[in-house]
Design a protein around this ligand. Structure first.
Ligand SMILES: Cc1cc2nc3c(=O)[nH]c(=O)nc-3n(C[C@H](O)[C@H](O)[C@H](O)COP(=O)(O)OP(=O)(O)OC[C@H]3O[C@@H](n4cnc5c(N)ncnc54)[C@H](O)[C@@H]3O)c2cc1C
Length: 383
């Protein structure tokens, strides 16, 4: 995987070897049980924190590992190849929680929240979506009323990854819904505050070991110092954050796809029909060739987006392309992986069944594939 990529310096190779061997020994071995029991992998998340993987791109000064986005993408692929649920838990904390605190937080907010989140002692969630507002977050209704010394928050958030386990929540609420994006504010909220409620947990098709919660905010008093960025800047915080998040989800999709491809190659070499391994059949060889090609194409798009981010170049379009390509590659590859496995692939005895269920979400969250196309088209047509 590393061969031929100019940025794979010694440090990255060492990191990758460490993450890869941990993922194979400690995550992949538990992934089936985690999926079947929908158990949050507390002990794995703790270890990821100790390894510096929960705040990879945060400078050491603020508790992180001080790595770049290409390294983050590579580590996310390794972890997600072992367990996509663990991948999304890691991605949310890195991309959707640490990143906005680093980009928009005051030094006091970084000292109070970011250090613990990036170091893995605390876990975060990102609460943008609502029951009526997913692709169109500018219309969100969760309300922040200005009161003395802070804000009173009331409203409902849907589909919040890590919502049950999180210590801190990056929350988006509006001062006045009629102002659309101009009224939205971002806050960092302590989930122990009175009025923060986990109202419902979703039973999902895939990524079953990660929690997806509906949250109620019932008169939650959030002090002034928890405003992240300025009043009315919330949607900018959200969209800027999601650009980086899409590199994480693209990498998660790469991991799922790689796992499905590896399983298919192994199966094709072992399974015999008509007196020979099915890998000898050209039909199966073509599946494997197309799977590998789509995976590598998506990986290069993902690393290009990450590299743009590292170089301080624009990466909104590149991240959308990466997420679109990687998510669709993962879904396609997981589908073909089941085909290569025949009837065995349709059972829970083979990992490709889980890959197929896990792949689907990458086409939906952090912007559906349709929304990625809108982002790409608007940038292309803008000239
Ligand atoms: C497991 C899971 C975890 C999630 N985690 C989080 C989280 O941690 N934090 C968070 O804030 N959110 C989270 N989400 C929410 C997720 O980001 C949204 O589900 C997603 O953005 C889509 O919104 P929606 O479900 O409301 O669908 P809708 O926006 O209602 O879309 C429905 C369909 O219409 C299409 N569509 C909508 N608008 C357009 C358009 N303009 N052009 C073309 N097609 C369009 C969509 O592509 C989709 O096919 C999560 C969701 C899931 C399922």
């Amino acid at each position: 995987m590393l061969k031929g990529w100019p940025e794979t310096d010694e440090l990255k190779k060492m990191l990758l070897e460490q993450v890869s061997s941990f993922a194979r020994a400690e995550i992949a071995t538990k992934a089936k049980e985690l999926d079947e029991t929908a158990r949050f992998p507390t002990e794995i998340v703790k270890k990821l924190g100790e390894m510096g993987l929960m705040g990879m791109m945060v400078p050491e000064q603020w508790g992180g590992a001080g790595m770049d986005a290409v390294s983050y993408a590579m580590a996310m692929e390794e972890v997600s190849a072992a367990c996509a649920s663990t991948g999304v838990i890691m991605s949310v904390n890195n991309s959707l929680v640490c990143a906005p605190l680093l980009a928009f937080g005051t030094d006091a907010q970084k000292a109070k929240y970011l250090v613990a989140l990036a170091g893995g002692e605390k876990l975060g969630c990102f609460a943008l979506s609502e029951p009526g507002y997913g692709s169109d977050p500018a219309g969100l209704k969760c309300h922040a009323a200005k009161v003395e010394g802070g804000y009173k928050i009331n409203g409902t958030k849907n589909w919040i990854t890590n919502g049950r386990e999180a210590d801190y929540c990056i929350l988006f609420a509006t001062l006045d819904a009629s102002l659309r994006h101009k009224g939205i504010c971002a806050f960092v909220v302590d989930t122990k505050l009175k009025g923060y409620q986990v109202a419902k947990l979703e039973h999902k098709l895939g990524i079953c070991a990660s929690s997806t919660a509906q949250l109620f905010f019932d008169d939650v008093f959030v002090p002034d110092e928890c405003l992240l960025g300025k009043e009315g800047q919330g949607l900018k915080v959200a969209l800027n954050t999601l650009d980086g998040g899409r590199i994480g989800i693209a990498s998660q999709a790469l991991g799922i796809a790689r796992c499905a491809l590896d399983a298919s190659k192994q199966f094709a070499l072992e399974r015999e029909q008509f007196g020979a391994p099915i890998a000898k059949l050209q039909a199966i060889q073509f599946f494997i060739a197309d799977m590998a090609t789509r995976l590598q194409g998506a990986r290069l798009l993902t690393w290009c987006a990450a590299r743009n981010k590292d170089l301080g170049l624009g990466y909104t379009k590149e991240a959308a392309m990466a997420k679109l390509a990687a998510a669709e590659a993962a879904m396609w590859i997981a589908t073909k992986a089941i085909q290569v496995h025949g009837g065995y692939g349709y059972t829970k005895d083979y990992v490709v069944e889980r890959n197929f269920r896990d792949a689907k979400i990458t086409e939906i969250y952090e912007g559906t594939s349709e929304i990625q196309r809108l982002v790409i088209a608007s940038q292309e047509l803008a000239g």
